[in-house]
Ligand binder design. Structure first.
Ligand code: NAD
Ligand code: MG
Length: 383
């Protein structure tokens, strides 16, 4: 029985994780649920799953949640500080980080320091502070299990192979809704078009990142830290059907891949249940439904965010933290119709050139870099 805390239980990953937990009552027990501001869903989840504790990050909603749960024995807390404390609870074995963005960094650090294993969906944490997080995980003997489908695929390919060096990994990318478009076509795409992903139904931020290929850029950096790879060992190939979730090539030239229909419940369940494969009723893949699996080179000139992510990874230090913060600000401005699709890359590039570079950042440096970058990006948008 694994006792689970979910950070971000009301989101796309969080709700699918709850379906997995519900389907496997002998394997998992739910200890903690948290949300930012969807109080109604958080309350409904608490009533259904009866966790030990819930946290609503938006403190203005504390009374609403507390009132709704007053006749239960669920403890209710509010605020970002509470998110950091609940992950340390003695009754939690594993923390699923399913909240979005930089806000996931601090609770993840606290969970690792408390010796909790991490099922990591919040890729931004590893992008911002990969060295710090992986060093901490090693120091505290904590495992970080990938939830991201590509990284789960690689992890699954590595089962039984951990003693064998990796030659390279190949991350697959769907190419998003704008695959094949030219830069001039991208200049006028709308938020509604960008929010329509061909294969995956996800939260708004990652859906925009998928349309701009920033998601793949973040995943390249995520893979570097998860699997301890050198930059040149990570390749990206566009595979529009999203059936092959990623591949590993070993030093004898052999390639292993993991396949399946695009459904995040499988990688979520693998991360929560590792090392066991739990029986599921997820729809099965049939080759005859997909007579063609195709592959293309990513277009780094049109989709500049992927090139910027590679550049940030090569520059190291706090550069990926700058990339991430600028991207978070740019994406939310795009979602408010304040900037166009291509301007998101301009904002990120400009922040990477202007924000103070730090070669060996400490935790405090990341906090400062994140703040400085958000100010710079906001200034660029307002002008
Ligand atoms: P989402 O927007 O659907 O859900 C985000 C969740 O986090 C919500 O429960 C929200 O209440 C909570 N949250 C947001 N901001 C918060 C804050 N400041 N403090 C506390 N809680 C906060 O997002 P999602 O699509 O589920 O993605 C979650 C993470 O998983 C992201 O890092 C994303 O990159 C990663 N991921 C998602 C998918 C997917 O299929 N959705 C796939 C791979 C990786
Ligand atoms: Mg992914």
């Amino acid at each position: 029985m694994k006792r689970i805390a979910i950070l971000g239980s009301t989101g796309s990953i969080g709700t699918q994780a709850l379906e997995v937990i519900k389907a496997n009552p002998d394997s998992f027990e739910l200890e903690v649920l948290t949300a930012h501001s969807n109080a109604d869903l958080l309350i409904q989840q608490a009533l259904e799953f009866n966790p030990n504790t819930v946290v609503i990050a938006n403190e203005a909603l504390y009374d609403k949640v507390q009132d709704a749960l007053q006749h239960t024995d669920v403890k209710v807390y509010a605020g970002a500080g509470a998110l950091c404390s609940v992950v340390e609870m003695g009754t939690v074995d594993m923390v699923l980080t399913a909240m979005v963005g930089y806000a996931g960094l601090q609770p993840t650090i606290r969970a690792i320091k408390a010796g909790k294993h991490i099922a990591l969906a919040n890729k931004e944490t590893l992008v911002v502070a990969g060295q710090l997080i992986t060093d901490l995980a090693e120091e505290h003997a904590v495992n970080i299990y990938p939830v991201d489908s590509e990284h789960s695929a690689i992890f699954q390919c590595l089962a039984g192979e951990f003693h064998n060096p990796i030659e390279k990994i190949i991350l697959t990318a769907s190419g998003g809704p704008f695959r094949g478009r030219t830069a001039s076509e991208l200049a006028t795409v709308t938020k509604a078009q960008a929010l329509k992903h061909p294969n995956w139904d996800m939260g708004a931020k990652i859906t925009i990142d998928s349309a701009s290929l920033m998601n793949k850029g973040l995943e390249v950096i995520e893979a570097k830290w998860l699997f301890g790879l050198r930059n040149e060992q990570i390749e990206v190939v566009v595979h529009p059907q999203s059936i092959i979730h990623s591949l590993v090539q070993f030093e004898d030239g052999s390639i292993k891949a993991q396949l399946g229909l695009p459904d995040m419940k499988l990688p979520i369940q693998y991360a929560l249940g590792y090392p066991n494969r739990l029986k599921s009723d997820f729809p099965r893949f049939n080759f005859l439904d997909y007579p063609q699996l195709t592959f293309e080179q990513p277009d780094l000139e049109t989709f500049r965010n992927l090139a910027l992510a590679y550049k940030a990874m090569e520059q190291g230090g706090n550069m990926a933290c700058i990339l991430n913060a600028a991207n978070e600000v740019a994406v939310s401005a795009f979602l408010r119709d304040e900037v166009g699709f291509l301007q998101m890359s301009d904002i990120i590039e400009s922040c990477m050139a202007k924000v103070t570079y730090i070669a060996n950042p400490s935790f405090d440096d990341y906090v400062t870099t994140d703040r400085e970058t958000r100010e710079k990006a906001t200034e660029l948008i307002n002008n």
